[in-house]
Design a protein around this ligand. Structure first.
Ligand code: ADP
Ligand code: G6P
Length: 517
């Protein structure tokens, strides 16, 4: 079943063609209940944080699912119309029947691709009905797009849910330029090869004109899988690690493959941090905690984020460094996510148990070591917490990028503070020097790194945080989008956006003199 309800807010479109972004989830989820008013809930996660300012600045069009089933389509449409009035971009919902939500979203994406691509193959269930549902849903997305695009529009598909959408569009005769960006890691061949549909996934990916990954390692994994599974070699003129774009020939077409570390809207966070009310809130948070050292972690509820390992590391730090008892407090903010998936409910219970255990072992009158918030908070409140804390503990077991690491640095009122970062977050490929890198599985190592962060001399902190901030400010989310869109051949970029997007690649190209577009 296919229902399409486009919401066209703006009829002024650039002559160069629109920017049409497609992701499984829209930036808002509309909650419908029979006897309550509809609620519009901001969707959680890094994809939405990153894409919203990009679409707003370029007056783009966002196509995706609003988190509902087909029966609620009309009410969802009405709620989206209201939302899009202030959003700064157009929205079109893709409506899915209940069976496809189960087979595709709960099955294919949450029980196959997400765990597999995060190296957790033991959590996968390779049920063929999940794969079949994914094929139906990608075709549904392709039908919605085919009814909506003009020939000059660039279609930019996002994330692991829609790996095969480019091929489904081709099958429908949609000949637009079509690019893809993967927000999560691409696994190494020995993990990827476990996917029963590995040939199909790789062949379908080659339908895109440009495929973008977060890091050079993700791209290397993809190219190695292409070679091993489809015996396709890429054309590289120079060292793979430093060449920004490589090409793969497929069906008489050249597919470009690049890597583009995603980022945040730096100014949005730093400007919020400078607001008097946010500064005041940060002071209140600091005073309420009554400790010399405040540590913060912020995550979507997910087993890839390593939250239980992290709480164990905090407990171990108190055991190894008892002088920090009553001197340090840890705030763990978790936004609810994927509540219909059993593993996520179990994880919540595990976290709550560990928090209780740690506090039971160490709390004293007037001092609690671990503070756990399980709810979504506003951007202002989030920035106040980042600003109040001295140390961010960002320790995912595996992460495509991790925007929280960047948000913490952008929200510092000054160049002070320490970022303790997992070496398995994509962000580590950019920040291996100024951050304190840790192995999140090494509980003692994380405990010691926390103690090192507390003891780090102020000049050293300032130097490291200054480096982090200037790097994130320069290579912000607009730079990321411009670099990608330039390589994707989107004609809607202004001259300033083109030159902003080309800085990093130009530097590499000039240094290596090996790039041949
Ligand atoms: P992922 O994409 O896996 O969720 P990221 O770290 O890249 O991981 O992005 C998470 C996003 O969710 C960040 O923009 C962060 O600010 C936001 N977020 C996390 N926890 C909360 C919360 N409790 N309230 C509001 N936003 C949150
Ligand atoms: C990560 C993914 C996004 C996804 C988000 C929330 O950030 O990269 O694509 O939207 O998690 O997950 P959900 O399953 O709620 O869409």
């Amino acid at each position: 079943m296919l229902v399409q309800s486009p919401i066209m807010i703006s009829d002024t479109q650039p002559t160069q063609g629109r920017l049409i972004c497609v992701s499984n989830r829209l930036p808002v989820t509309i909650r419908i209940s029979p006897d309550q008013p509809d609620t519009v809930i901001p969707s959680a996660g890094g994809l939405v944080t990153a894409l919203a300012p990009v679409l707003r600045a370029r007056k783009g069009h966002w196509i995706g699912w609003a988190g509902n089933v087909a029966a609620d389509a009309d009410r969802v449409s009405a709620a989206l119309v209201e939302f899009s009035k202030d959003a700064g971009f157009d929205l079109t919902q893709v409506i899915l029947p209940k069976d496809d939500v189960e087979g595709f979203y709960l099955g294919y994406t949450n029980r196959i691709i997400w765990p597999l691509f995060h190296d957790l193959q033991s959590r996968c269930n390779f049920d063929p009905s999940y794969w079949e549902a994914s094929q139906r849903v990608e075709t549904t997305f392709a039908t919605v797009l085919s009814n909506l695009v003009n020939s000059e529009d660039l279609i930019w598909v996002h994330d692991y849910h829609l790996l095969g959408l480019g091929a489904k569009l081709q099958a429908k005769g949609v000949l637009n330029r079509c690019a893809f960006f993967l927000h999560i890691p691409f696994p190494a061949p020995d993990i990827f090869l476990k996917l029963p549909w590995r040939n199909e996934v790789l062949s379908e990916l080659l339908a895109y004109d440009l495929i973008g990954f977060q890091t050079e390692r993700d791209r290397r994994n993809f190219l190695t899988c292409l070679d091993e599974v489809l015996h396709k070699k890429s054309t590289i003129n120079g060292s793979l690690a430093t060449v920004p774009l490589v090409s793969v020939q497929h069906n008489e077409k050249t597919v470009k493959v690049g890597y583009y570390p995603i980022s945040i809207d730096y100014n949005e966070f730093s400007e919020l941090a400078a607001l008097p009310e946010v500064k005041q809130r940060a002071i209140e948070v600091g005073e309420a905690m009554k400790v010399a050292h405040l540590v913060i972690s912020v995550d979507r509820l997910d087993y890839t984020k390593g939250i239980p390992h992290r709480i164990r590391a905090v407990a171990r730090m108190l055991e190894l460094f008892p002088e920090l008892i009553e001197q340090i407090a840890f705030i763990q903010i978790v936004v609810p996510s994927r509540e219909d998936v059993t593993e996520y409910r179990d994880l919540r219970a595990e976290i709550e148990q560990l928090v209780t255990k740690t506090n039971g072992a160490y709390a004293k009158p007037g001092w609690t070591p671990v503070h756990h918030f399980f709810r979504s908070i506003t951007r202002e409140e989030l920035v106040a917490y980042y600003a109040a804390a001295e140390i961010a503990l960002v320790t995912p077991l595996k992460d495509g990028m991790n925007l929280v690491a960047k948000e913490f640095c952008a929200s510092r009122p000054s160049s002070d503070g320490v970022l303790v970062l997992s070496e398995f977050a994509g962000a580590a490929s950019e920040f291996f020097e100024p951050a304190l890198l840790v192995n999140p599985y090494d509980i003692d190592g994380v405990a010691r790194a926390l103690a090192d962060a507390v003891r780090m001399p102020p000049e050293e902190r300032g130097r490291r945080m200054g480096l982090l901030q200037s790097q994130i400010r320069k290579y912000d989310v607009h730079h990321w989008a411009n670099a990608f869109l330039l390589d994707a051949g989107w004609k809607g970029l202004s001259t300033a956006q083109q030159s902003n997007g080309s800085t990093i690649w130009e530097r590499l190209r000039r240094a290596l003199s090996v790039f041949d577009a």
